[in-house]
Design a binder for this molecule. Structure first.
Ligand code: ZN
Ligand code: ZN
Length: 94
């Protein structure tokens, strides 16, 4: 999978390097901040900005990319929702 990405830092277009499977639990430095509910392995695509040297990792595992767990009711829903479709938890209030 190839896509055009812009560096968040400098706006340069980022270069695709490779995709890699990461074993969760062994790469804590990389995946810090991800919810603990994820387990197993995670597929990521690695992009590099040769302008400022920034490296970005993008998840390619659909399940992990598009679903988040609502802190209000604990159900999973698409992360594009501004409010939880189940309990109306409002993410803007945070
Ligand atoms: Zn950059
Ligand atoms: Zn909810």
């Amino acid at each position: 999978m190839d896509r055009k990405l812009e560096c968040l830092r400098c706006g340069n277009s980022m270069e695709y390097i490779k995709s890699e499977k990461i074993q969760l639990g062994e790469s804590g430095w990389l995946l810090r901040g991800l919810p603990n509910l994820m387990s197993g392995s995670l597929s990521v695509e690695i992009y590099f900005c040769n302008e400022c040297g920034k490296i970005e990792f993008y998840h390619t595992n659909e399940e992990l990319v598009t679903k988040i767990q609502c802190p209000g009711c604990g159900k999973f829903h698409d992360k594009s929702y501004r409010k939880c479709p189940f309990c109306k938890y409002d993410y803007k209030d945070k």
